[in-house]
Every structure is written in C-alpha cells, then in structure tokens.
Design a protein around this ligand. Structure first.
Ligand code: NDP
Ligand code: OXD
Length: 321
C-alpha cells in the first residue's frame, strides 16, 4: 500500500451506523488512501495509520502498532476511555456544526415541550378535554445547562434567543455573553438553586458518573410557574442514577424528564421508563452523526495532520473528554 490505510471499525447496530455506508462515504473523501472495514483477516495491521471508530470493543485497536491518529465518529469518547489498551496516539472527537445543530434542535424542542405544557395538552386532546392552562412567557423560566462545551454553549445561545433565562455550569471558569456562568464544585449548588429546567450535556467521566441524582434534584429551583423542576439528559446514560430519577418523578421532586440516553442501551423492554407518564423518551438519537459530514471532517483533519498542522478537538485523556 502507498498511503497508510484508514481502518473503519463501527459497532452501531442501527441503519445510520451501517459499516458499508460509512465505508462508501470514506471511500469518496479519502482519494487514493485505502479504506478498510474491520475486521479484515487479509489486512496487515502495520499498514494502518488512521482509525475511525464508533464504540470499538476494548482491545480492538491494540494490534495497530503504526497508528497515528484515532478518530472517534461521535462527540462522546467515554467508550474509548474505558479501553486500557487504547494506543497512545492523539484521539480526536467530533465537533461539527451539523451535529451541534441537531443537538440544539433536540434541546430547544424538549425545553419548549415542557415549557408549553405539551404533555398536558396532548393528553387533553386524547380525552377531548377543553381546559386551557395559562401559557407563561419563556422569561418566567431559567434553564440550567450542565456542560458549556461545543453542544452546551450552542443550546444556551438558542434558548437565550427564545427569551429563556439561561445559566450554565462547567468545570473551568467561563464567560459567555447572555449566560450566567457557574463552575466547579463550588459553583454547583448556586447553579442548581437557579435552575427550573436542567439540561445535561456533560461528557461521561469518572467525575460526572451519576451526577444526576436525588441530591441534585432536591436542590433545583421550584419557584417558577412550572412548579416541580424538569430534567433533560442527552449526555450519556451513565450520568444519571435511574432509580433516583424514577423515585423523584413518583414523589414529585421532579415534574418530568426527557431522556435520550440510558445506562443500558438499547433500553430493555421491561424498563419502567417506557410507560412512565412523566417521561418523554427518545432512543439515543438527539444528535445523529451524519456520515457525509463526519467523513469529510475526518479527511480534513488527516490533511491538516499530514501538512504538519495541529489536529482539532483532540481529547485530553487525563480529563477524559
Ligand atoms: P465538550 O467537551 O465540548 O464539552 C463538555 C463540557 O462539559 C465542557 O463545558 C466541560 O467543562 C464540561 N464538563 C466536563 N466535566 C465536567 C465536570 N466534572 N464538571 C463540570 N463541567 C464539566 O463536549 P460536547 O459539548 O461536544 O459534548 C458533550 C457530550 O454530549 C458528549 O460527551 C456526549 O456524551 C454527548 N452527546 C450526546 C449525543 C446524543 O445524541 N445524545 C450526541 C453527541 C454528544 P470545561 O468547558 O470547563 O472543560
Ligand atoms: C455522540 C453520540 O457522542 O452520538 O456523538 O452520542
């Protein structure tokens, strides 16, 4: 082989993650670079310089001794961070407008759904009940965004533009126009005390695992017209303590939850979330990864790398995101 190969390793299980589809897209943007779908018994691992992966199993990349860069085909790298044998080369995550816009759509949709009392209205329609409830202004509610990175910051801006009061929480100190920013464990309680609708867009790391728990829910602000606060999680399932969410919904600590991610995916058929009247459930597709956009993004990054320029969106392995 001339140019080092790009190896594709995709375990998605859904139509969007069809390995053949990704191979075709990468084939279109990689020029004369060979694109190989793994596993491929005929492949000499030494020929692979780049790996583009989604949910590889621990150890699956260890054999590629000449690897130069690993590209994660999504924004969240928690599955890769769990692999102790991951080759020690730069790990690049996805940060592209296409994915960011999709997540912003999800967050705006679900914040508005709760703000505009859609579950109540849909139930009213179902039982033919004409019983309007007052629709208050967006400015009556504070949305608190956990994670002010690529996705959180974009959602915060979109919600601010709709008139919501927006507060944000991150690990390091931030200044974002129009958003009251809190950071670190010292700023967490003050952030929660302001928040009526909590949106979680954190990465899953040892520090953030089960951060959505009962202790946090009890600190949320209950003084808005919404009454009981709402939680929206589109980060990762491991961020939420699912038993705590169910208990908080049942005893009124939380008024509702929108969940896109779960500790076990696909969500088991016997999960109480499926039929819970206060849960709005989606199957981890808040922001789908688009094969066209992402293959072009990876090809651009390889071109930068080979031209001696810095790679973008490299994961800090010590922080875990
Ligand atoms: P970024 O890395 O850009 O941002 C992460 C944010 O979280 C940063 O603001 C960071 O703080 C903050 N953060 C991390 N750890 C902590 C902590 N311990 N305490 C407080 N704040 C913390 O990630 P993205 O915005 O691109 O993506 C976020 C997550 O969204 C992904 O990791 C993934 O899990 C999830 N995701 C879900 C999708 C879906 O379809 N459901 C699709 C795409 C992504 P700081 O700025 O100080 O570093
Ligand atoms: C991602 C995801 O991290 O799809 O991109 O969850």
């Amino acid at each position: 082989m001339g140019k080092g190969a790009l190896a594709l390793l995709v375990h998605g299980g859904t139509e969007n993650w069809s390995p053949q589809r990704w191979k075709a897209r990468f084939g279109e943007v990689c020029g004369d670079r060979p694109v190989v779908l793994l596993p491929d018994p005929a492949l000499d691992p030494a020929e692979v310089h780049y790996a583009a992966v989604w949910k590889p199993k621990p150890g699956e990349l260890a054999a590629f001794k000449n690897l130069r860069v690993i590209f994660n085909l999504g924004a969240g790298v928690d599955a890769l961070m769990a692999d102790r044998s991951l080759p020690d080369v730069p790990l690049v995550r996805v940060a592209v407008d296409d994915l960011t816009d999709r997540m912003t759509e999800y967050v705006v949709l679900h914040v508005l759904m709760h703000h505009r009392q859609e579950p109540y209205l849909r139930e009213s329609q179902r039982v033919r009940r004409w019983a309007p409830k007052y629709q208050w202004a967006a400015s009556a509610l504070t949305v608190g965004i956990m994670g002010l990175g690529t996705l959180g910051a974009a959602s915060a801006h979109a919600l601010g533009a709709l008139g919501f009061r927006v507060v944000g929480w991150s690990r390091s100190e931030k200044q974002v126009v129009g958003i009251r920013c809190f950071h670190g464990s010292d700023g967490f309680d003050a952030f929660l005390r302001e928040t009526n609708i909590l949106v979680c867009l954190l990465p899953l790391t040892p520090e953030t695992r089960h951060i959505l728990n009962r202790g946090v829910f009890t600190k949320l602000n209950r003084t808005s017209p919404l009454g009981a606060p709402v939680v929206i999680n589109a980060g990762r399932g491991g961020l939420q303590n699912e038993a705590d969410i169910l208990r908080a919904l049942d005893d009124g600590t939380l008024g509702a939850a929108s969940l896109d991610v779960y500790e076990t995916e696909p969500l088991p058929g016997d999960s109480p979330f499926w039929s819970h009247p206060k849960v709005v459930l989606t199957p981890h597709n808040a922001a789908d990864t688009d094969a066209d956009e992402i293959s072009k993004y990876v090809a651009r990054q390889i071109a930068r790398f080979e031209a001696g320029e810095a790679l973008e969106n490299v994961v800090d392995r010590t922080r875990g995101y």
